[in-house]
Design a protein around this ligand. Structure first.
Ligand code: ASP
Ligand code: MG
Length: 418
């Protein structure tokens, strides 16, 4: 009855000459909270210097400080109700430049050499889709030269330069993708993602206090988690990591503790817990559309860069979910079709590589929800995920119940192994 195949985009082949693994290259990415003020930027500088002193070639990717990007987006909308996409990118790309240049100054004060680069200077070439540009090439020569000169290289995250020579941004959360793409292009051993949580959890700890930090997650599991509400990594960065085989390590920037490794599936992951986590999201709208062919409908949505998630067809009717309300509404109005939408549902998903070979997961999940009197309105599956749309007000209760039913609060769930 249902299908979901998240459409993973095709990924660029990275310049071969530059992909040869160079021993000791590390890419370290720091999120907005980790660079939120001067003290934190100094702490990041210290961490980078420590990695350099340990003998590594160090490339850092920084996000904008705190809420800078949100503030810039707001400012644009104060000036104009519909800012031009090119100018918006020109504006919102500056937050990352601020972090990188300040951090480079702090590194100099610690007696080390550093250089900050914009995405463009770092050789990150993208397509021309402003606001959600895709990386098409990385010309890393300048980074290599700086590393060869023993400098710490700071690259402004979330941005590049388009094939039309305009500044582009990679979509919210895009610094993750900058970091992974650089790790792939530079042949780094791993990409360390420093953030304000200590790793990937079996569920959002704010909703499930008993949630545990996972030691290891496969790329496929992380893709499903990122696509279904886990906020820790941008979806595209995980796609990139998987297709270029970049090991990710998500960890806290406020401690030395090990975080969560995201890497190729390994049978020890499967021997442990069947399910790796329960995710949820309450931001999608469900659309019901009639009177249009599937090809025409989904082509129009794709042209508007709307990322459709769950799709269900019954006869002439299509039901799908999409996160981007205003753009989807405009596309459907433009097609002149009959449509309706609802915002009263939220999605929860159970995810686990072990699901592929163990029947009964869906049965247990449905039984758990039924026992609570929670009605599912739409269900979608992939080989390692089952997603349920339920009334929005019931989402958190359902997450807690599934977390308990699949014993994700047990020590086995952690999947700890060396
Ligand atoms: N600063 C950008 C954002 O807030 C990109 C990032 O932090 O990854 O979305
Ligand atoms: Mg982020």
């Amino acid at each position: 009855m249902t299908t979901t195949t998240p459409e993973y985009e095709s990924l660029p082949a990275l310049a071969t000459e530059e992909t040869a693994t160079r021993a000791g290259t590390v890419v370290m990415k720091f999120g907005g909270t980790s660079v939120a003020d001067v003290e934190r930027l100094k702490a990041v500088a210290q961490r980078l210097v420590a990695a350099r002193e340990a003998g590594n070639r160090v490339v850092a990717v920084l996000s904008a400080m705190g809420d800078t990007t949100d503030d810039l987006v707001r400012l644009a909308h104060e000036i104009s109700p519909k800012p031009k996409a090119r100018e918006l990118d020109m504006l919102i790309s500056v937050g990352e430049r601020i972090s990188c240049s300040l951090c480079a100054m702090a590194i100099h004060d610690l007696g080390h050499e550093a250089i900050s680069l914009t995405g463009s200077q770092a050789g990150i070439v993208t397509d021309t889709a402003h606001g959600k540009a895709k990386i098409v090439d990385i010309r890393a020569r300048r980074i290599h030269e700086a590393l060869d000169a023993e400098r710490i290289v700071l690259v402004a995250g979330f941005q590049g330069v388009s094939t039309d020579f305009d500044i582009t941004t990679l979509g919210r959360g895009g610094s993750d993708t900058t970091a992974v793409a650089l790790a792939a292009a530079l042949g780094a051993e791993a990409c360390e993602i420093y953030t304000d949580v200590d790793g990937v959890h079996t569920a959002d700890p704010r909703v499930v206090p008993a949630a545990r930090k996972l030691h290891a997650v496969s790329y496929e599991e992380m893709l499903e988690m990122a696509a279904s509400g886990a906020r820790v990594l941008q979806l595209r960065s995980v796609e990139f990591a998987r297709s270029h085989d970049v090991k990710l390590h998500v960890r806290s920037s406020f401690s030395e503790a090990e975080g969560t490794w995201i890497r190729e599936e390994d049978k020890r992951m499967l021997e442990k817990a069947l399910i790796s986590g329960v995710t949820h999201s309450t931001e999608e709208t469900i659309y019901r559309v009639e009177g249009v062919s599937a090809a025409r409908l989904f082509e129009a949505l794709a042209d508007a860069h709307v990322n459709v998630d769950t799709v269900v067809q019954a006869g002439d009717e299509f039901v799908f979910s999409a996160p981007d309300r205003s753009e989807t509404d405009a596309v459907l109005d433009g097609l002149g079709v009959q449509w309706s939408s609802r915002d009263d549902l939220g999605q929860l998903s159970i995810i686990g590589a072990g699901m592929r070979s163990h029947p009964g997961v869906a049965a247990k999940a449905f039984a758990t929800l039924e026992e609570l009197g929670i009605k599912t309105e739409l269900v979608s599956t992939s080989p390692i995920k089952i997603g349920f749309f339920v009334p929005r007000g019931k989402v958190e209760e359902a997450v807690r119940a599934l977390h308990e039913a699949f014993e994700l609060d047990s020590t086995e769930a952690v999947r700890a192994h060396d």
